[in-house]
Design a protein around this ligand. Sequence first.
Ligand code: SPD
Length: 285
Amino acid sequence: LVLDIWFTEKHEDKQGITLKVKKTLYSGVSEFQKIDVIDTEAFGRMLLLDGLVMTTEKDEFYYHEMISHIPLLTHLNPERVLIIGGGDGGTIREVLRHPSVKEIVLCEIDEAVIDVSRDYLPSIACCLDDPKVDIHIEDAVEYIKGQKNAFDAVLIDSTDPLGPGVGLFTEEFYTNVKESLRENGVMAAQTESPVACQKEFKLINALLNKVFSVVKPYFAPVPTYPGGNWSWTFCSQGLQPEIRNEALAIELEKTSKYFNRDIYKAVFAVPNYVKDLMALPKAVK
Ligand code: SPD
């Protein structure tokens, strides 16, 4: 008997991402959500939370390189970094490539995501036990309230604005993130797909604009996410996103799968349909 099993993540009951399944490796329900790891033909092992694709072995590099190197290279000397969510460990792995970083605090609400990632996604979770990493199992909405002037960079590696992730997409939360930043601190958040999640993308950007003085969305492919094109948003209280450590950018470029210095500049290009969404002006002759 040859099994022909396919997984589909349905998006708003209108479209879907469909992958051929080799095997289900793990299925469980934590205090917060359903967790699955599926081995797929095309993208290797894939982590699902409440049935939504969080990461896969084959395309995780776009997401984790983008959420880390774009904001961190803007900062001259990031030493203390907070990652919110990110229990799979992919963002930790990339942040550790910045030698100035002395401490990474991972604030993840669901310890089970960390445990499952350790067991089934070793190439992504490889650095969760690095001595520079301090893991807090706590809701970041509460954790961030007690953090003032504490971090050089905050990276919001959250799930979608659903279930346990909802509180990470509010003006109050972003205000607390801003207050947790040291002088010249930078923030980057995953901000949904400009193709498939336009309502969410627009709303998140409007909230960020209320809180931060510099708000710059940037874009890259993530083939297994809805729309295939994803966004993150860089925020600061004055620093514009630009490479401030050229030597490190060159080092990262040598061994990254997506990041290079041309990509750094290109990711901030805003397509016209996104300018329309954000009510930004287009070129006028
Ligand atoms: N629709 C998927 C959004 C998931 C964003 N977070 C992914 C976590 C990878 N570390």
